[in-house]
Design a protein around this ligand. Structure first.
Ligand SMILES: [Zn+2]
Length: 397
């Protein structure tokens, strides 16, 4: 007999369906696994809390936590130079990393995110600290920048490769191979990073086709390739364990390559709005059956809350595929699949880890799930929504 949690159970199934059980329960064993769920025979009261799976953020930059909300128009490249690179350079100081990592993880937990795909910085010690201090589930990547980087963040090709390999060796797939984006990487470093990921069976994360100036720069730096996606393809970086952020301006041939290689997308609508990057072509991505999930992309994204990202997903897409039920799926179960944790988390299914949230906002019986999710995403203060956060069956907050 495990511990019973009673409430309205909301459990995402796919982009079109979710299980909703009023007067429901989940049962959790001593190992923090869900061992049963269902509807209670005797309901004790009409108003009951909502129980739903914890959120998954597939794309977030830990070192940018303190510079959220700093922008300079639609200039991705200027924004990086002005705000991001000086901030990331601070991570050569490990006391700074410890402090920011703790505040970052606390904030994620308060907002109900218990699984994340995280970008670090170029610094080996910083990435170690980010992995070792992590109280939730996730993978962290040492960012590689062996060209077009400021002095404070530059490294040689050899250093980038050696540090990446050491981190994969030490942490296995908790470390993600992370070429920042093509402009920051020589072709040689990308080719060797792909080999390391293959050898250690690690995930790869990077950015692809976010902004027009960035795409023009890639064309200038890599003139011998057909397009941005082809640079990554020829370097061997694309595949089922690769997550590319954004994919806003890719054309048909590029999307076909992503589909054929099994590459997955991190879709970050709050970031895309903030940097005026454009809108991911949702209908085309769905038509090509390219797997994707939602990410905050903090610090370009202003908030760590996945509810804010779900709100933006609903706001920016004029598409039959952008429903509240779909937003919930892309912020939970699909994220777990993209990050390789589908057996562990992302939904309230038997045998999975009990990673769940208890929400303060009740769901009325006559309210549809879409109405309820829309209501949640349009609350202004997201950190008042989560009452309690359970990770592996234990209360974290
Ligand atoms: Zn990013």
């Amino acid at each position: 007999m495990g511990k019973i949690y009673k409430g309205t159970i909301i459990n995402p199934v796919d982009a079109h369906h979710a299980e909703v059980m009023h007067h429901g329960f989940i049962e959790v064993d001593d190992h923090g696994r869900i061992i049963d769920k269902g509807i209670r025979k005797m309901a004790d009261r009409d108003e009951e809390p909502v129980i739903m799976p914890a959120f998954v953020d597939v794309h977030v930059h830990l070192p940018q936590f303190d510079v959220r909300g700093s922008y300079s128009g639609n200039q991705l490249l200027l924004w990086l130079k002005k705000y991001i690179w000086p901030e990331e350079a601070k991570c050569s100081d490990n006391a700074h990393v410890k402090d920011i990592a703790q505040r970052f993880y606390d904030d994620l937990i308060r907002h109900g995110t218990l699984t994340a795909g995280i970008y670090g910085t170029i610094h080996e010690n910083a990435v170690k600290t980010m992995i070792e201090a992590m109280p939730i589930r996730g993978r962290v990547g040492k960012v590689v920048m062996d060209q077009q980087a400021p002095d404070s963040l530059s490294e040689t090709t050899r250093e980038a490769i050696e540090v990446t390999e050491r981190l994969c060796e030490q942490y296995g797939d908790r470390h993600m191979v992370t070429p920042r984006f093509a402009p920051s990487c020589s072709f040689e470093v990308m080719r060797q990073l792909a080999e390391i990921a293959q050898r250690y069976n690690c995930y790869i994360q990077t950015h692809l086709s976010e902004n027009d100036d960035e795409i023009a720069l890639v064309k200038k730096l890599f003139p011998e390739y057909r397009h941005y996606t082809d640079v990554y393809k020829q370097a061997g970086l694309l595949g089922e364990k690769t997550i590319v952020g954004h994919v806003i301006h890719c054309h048909e041939e590029e999307l076909t390559i992503l589909k054929e290689t099994g590459t997955q997308i991190a879709h970050c609508p709050t970031s895309n709005v903030a940097l005026k990057s454009g809108t991911m072509p949702l209908d085309d991505i769905v038509r090509h059956h390219i797997p994707f999930a939602l990410g905050t992309d903090v610090g370009a994204g202003p908030k760590t809350s996945m509810l804010d990202v779900m709100r933006a997903f609903l706001d920016v897409h004029d598409s039959v595929h952008a429903t509240p039920t779909a937003a919930l799926y892309y912020a939970t179960k699909s994220g777990a699949q993209v990050l390789g944790y589908s057996d562990e988390t992302g939904s309230l299914d038997i045998k999975k880890s009990a990673d769940f949230l208890i929400l303060k906002e009740y769901k009325q019986i006559d309210q549809s799930l879409d109405e309820y999710i829309r209501f949640l995403t349009h609350k202004s203060d997201y950190d008042t929504i989560v009452e309690k956060t359970y990770y592996k069956g234990k209360a974290l907050f």
